[in-house]
Design a protein around this ligand. Structure first.
Ligand code: DAH
Length: 336
């Protein structure tokens, strides 16, 4: 037993106290209370007595003794706090009825842009397109020059963007077509590639335009790729998204394709323009060291927001970016 008499000058006693603290596992809050009184009570608490005794100890040993007693005090306090916490937690758990049925929590829904992105990835991967990611921060070469849009080319005016360097060399990409250059620089044909991501333009925000939107870009390089291959893929893609629809190709101009076309669909009794496409210009292939005499290819690009506007009958592009739960919830049925 530890008692007042044998406390002093006795290492064994100190060790006994340490052991007692260590192996003390109270079953009730009452046990805990008794433990606290035993050590800390104002008159007979073991620690209280020890602290009082410090004065009687020869000065040269006081410091050492004080340290030991303080150490014990801290250990006891820690034990009290920890046991108090554990006992209270146990009490709470005992009151918890595990047999009560759980309530369902509301899970979120997928953003319409992501739904469409996933659908396009699915549709095109079914016919062998590989999905790759590009960079939202691009340099002039990949976004413009290599795509046959040299400095001062008028088509740059339509794609004004946010420049990140004074030299105007680093910018937020204006279209996903830059991925064509990045991929072709590092891979040898044949390949079929799809990429989807954010693009940026210096545009005023309105119901039909925003400074950031999403594009999907597909391209296919092999020997003897022709415009009829391109048409087949476009028909397949559009019919997979919209169901059977009337489609028309309108000749157009893009610096990186020749010939170029714009694709319209007949939807809700009107013709709607939904994408650009064409046969990749031989100059672009040369820029990435692919011999245009051996290889040819096509490319296409489409705006995801625009397709989702048509598909879901959304009237205002800003709804995509407001994060309004009432808007987002409507796409729940698409979850599975
Ligand atoms: N990059 C074009 C744009 O943002 C879209 C586009 C047109 C992409 C024709 C293509 C293409 O790959 O062949 O307006």
């Amino acid at each position: 037993m530890i008692n007042e008499k044998n406390l002093l000058n006795n290492n064994e006693t100190i060790n006994k106290i340490r052991k007692e603290i260590k192996y003390f596992h109270p079953k009730t809050l009452d046990d805990l209370k008794k433990f606290k009184i035993k050590f800390f009570s104002r008159k007979k608490g073991i620690i209280t007595i020890l602290l009082k005794k410090i004065k009687k100890i020869p000065i040269y040993r006081r410091k050492e003794f004080g340290k030991i007693i303080n150490g014990l005090k801290c250990q006891i306090q820690e034990k009290l706090d920890e046991s108090n916490y554990l006992l209270k937690e146990n009490e709470k758990n005992e009151k918890f009825d595990y047999t009560v049925p759980g309530t369902t929590i509301e899970i979120g829904s997928i953003h319409p842009i992501s739904i469409l992105k996933n659908r396009i990835i699915n549709i095109l991967s079914n016919i062998g397109f590989t999905y790759v990611d590009g960079y939202e921060i691009e340099d002039d070469w990949h976004n413009f020059t290599a795509l046959n849009i040299p400095l001062l080319h008028p088509s740059r005016d339509m794609q004004d963007t946010f420049f990140l360097s004074k030299k105007k060399d680093i910018l937020l990409r204006t279209h996903t077509s830059s991925i064509q250059i990045r991929y072709m620089e590092n891979n040898c044909p044949p390949f079929r590639v799809l990429s989807i991501g954010k693009v940026y333009r210096n545009e005023t925000i309105s119901s039909h335009s925003n400074y950031m939107f999403h594009q999907a870009e597909g391209f296919y390089i092999d020997q003897n790729v022709s415009f009829s291959h391109l048409k087949t893929i476009i028909y397949y893609l559009i019919n997979s998204i919209f169901g059977k629809t009337k489609i028309r190709f309108r000749s157009s101009y893009f610096p990186f394709t020749e010939p170029s076309a714009e694709v319209d669909i007949y939807y809700d009794k009107k013709w709607l323009e939904i994408m650009g496409c064409g046969i990749i210009d031989p100059k672009v292939l040369e820029n990435v060291n692919i011999d245009p005499k051996n290889y040819s290819g096509f490319a296409f690009g489409l705006g995801i927001e625009r397709i989702a506007l048509i598909l879901y009958g959304i009237k205002d592009i800003r709804l995509y970016f407001n994060n309004d739960i009432r808007f987002l919830k409507q796409f729940k049925s698409e979850f599975f």
